[in-house]
Write a protein that binds this ligand. Structure first.
Ligand code: FAD
Length: 404
């Protein structure tokens, strides 16, 4: 079968390499890593790591020794082109590696803000360890930050910055926070919690320019004519999947690298997984591209199983979490396309879930500080089960059949 080359050493890439060895794969495994660190976890970058004083080592999936012991070659380089006919991957250093199978796990990069002065040093993003490190130092000395974008990362950062004593304003074009990802019930709860913590949230407005004095940021101008003073701007306006390597090699790309139900591109020797992959989903019908640790690692396991003789359709149940201030949001399933939302628990008690239904069938559960509902959701949704809306709403009813 030949060597397996993996481009990208994020959650997806690392997991393919580790799972291949777990399944007893005996040939060469190379992980091409263009970041200057051992492969590491991304979620803490906007949460515990940003808040704390931990060292980069605390984020690493495994120490150096693991790669040596498992005979996984970590190659510090960047893949620049694929010669599909010759089965060769070219690297920025000029080296070319032969592959039997190539796994594209190139992830995504931040969408950059395109307004005047957006390239100043103190207009920052949060995707990689180096950016989190730099921001951690910066919020120790900053006074006023404007966060552009009220998605998960923007709000996680905002909560941390506020807890560190900064003045925080969040600017969001949508009419509620996290609007693309969660129900209005969850948006309203988090908006109220962040506001109570002293964060000012401005909805339905766009940042139109960064104001500055020389190289120093002095504020952000908004589409409604207002101006918010700031010495730091953090941008969280979404990501773009890294599809160029695949596209230039003639593989089909759209809003991701297009793969089938087994995560294969039309080239039987190239797979794509994680944030960069637009995959055919029998579970949901149509194509999906998801940005989550669950998606990256479960897809990696699926590909590693296929490469060691156990080919299966990818059918992982999506789940996700976000820590904002003292609240933990957990999502099981895909909470889009629902037509009914049932609230279980009490937002005022800081413990509730939004059960989302489509045509009477449970499609997802968003839980705030209610891990038991999340665990239940993952179990029941994995087998495409459901629970009647009246039962979901009845706090006396125990869906787990045991103590709630
Ligand atoms: P990535 O982690 O993006 O890794 C891709 C890697 O490939 C990168 O290191 C990139 O530099 C490298 N690469 C790209 N092109 C090349 C090339 N040509 N050659 C070599 N290397 C290349 N998800 C959750 O489920 N829960 C959370 O709470 C959560 N919090 C998050 C917080 C932050 C701040 C961020 C940024 C993300 C968060 N996510 C969270 C999302 C999650 O981290 C991603 O979905 C996950 O990292 C995707 O893994 P991946 O391996 O597909 O891509």
């Amino acid at each position: 079968q030949g060597p397996v080359l993996i481009v990208g050493a994020g959650h997806a890439g690392f997991q393919v390499a580790a799972s291949l060895r777990q399944h007893g794969f005996g040939e060469r495994v190379c992980l091409i890593n263009d970041e200057a660190h051992l492969p590491y976890q991304r979620p803490p970058l906007s949460k515990a790591y940003l808040k704390g004083e931990g060292r980069p080592d605390s984020l690493m999936f495994r120490p150096d020794k693991f790669y040596r012991d498992q005979n996984i070659e970590l190659i510090a380089d960047r893949a620049v082109s694929i010669d599909r006919a010759a089965h060769k991957l070219k690297l920025a250093s000029g080296a070319a590696l032969d592959y039997g199978h190539l796994v594209l796990a190139t992830g995504a990069r931040n969408r950059l803000l395109d307004i005047p002065n957006a390239r100043l040093e103190d207009v920052r993003y949060l995707r990689i360890l180096d950016e989190s490190e730099a921001l951690r130092k910066r919020i120790g000395s900053g006074q006023r930050v404007v966060v552009i974008g009220a998605g998960f990362i923007g709000l996680e950062f905002a909560a941390t910055a506020r807890a560190k004593g900064l003045e925080v304003d969040v600017v969001e074009l949508g009419t509620r926070v996290m609007a693309r990802a969660v129900t209005a019930e969850i948006s309203d709860y988090f908006q109220a919690r962040h506001t109570a913590a002293g964060i000012r949230i401005h909805l339905g407005v766009q940042a139109t320019s960064i104001e500055c004095n020389g190289a120093d940021v002095t504020g952000v101008s908004l589409s409604d004519g207002r101006h918010i003073p700031a010495d730091l701007v953090v941008v969280g306006v979404g990501v773009l999947p890294n599809v160029e390597l695949a596209g230039e090699a003639g593989l089909p790309v759209a809003s991701g690298i297009i793969v089938d139900e087994q995560l294969l591109t039309p080239d039987p020797d190239i797979s794509a997984i994680g944030d960069c992959a637009l995959f055919a989903s029998p579970r949901f019908g149509g194509s999906l591209r998801l940005e989550s640790v669950q998606n990256a690692t479960d897809q990696a396991r699926c590909v590693a199983a296929r490469l060691t003789g156990d080919a299966k359709t990818y059918d992982g149940l999506p789940w996700f979490w976000s820590d904002q201030g003292d609240d933990k949001l957990q999502i099981a399933g895909l909470t889009t396309g629902y037509d009914q939302v049932v609230v279980r628990g009490d937002p005022a008690q800081r413990s509730f879930s939004a059960f989302c239904y489509k045509s009477g069938q449970l499609v997802g559960i968003e839980s705030v500080n209610r891990a038991s509902d999340h665990v239940f959701g993952r179990r029941i949704l994995a087998v495409k089960g459901s629970i009647a809306p009246e039962q979901a709403a009845d706090i006396a009813f125990d869906p787990q059949g045991g103590p709630d």
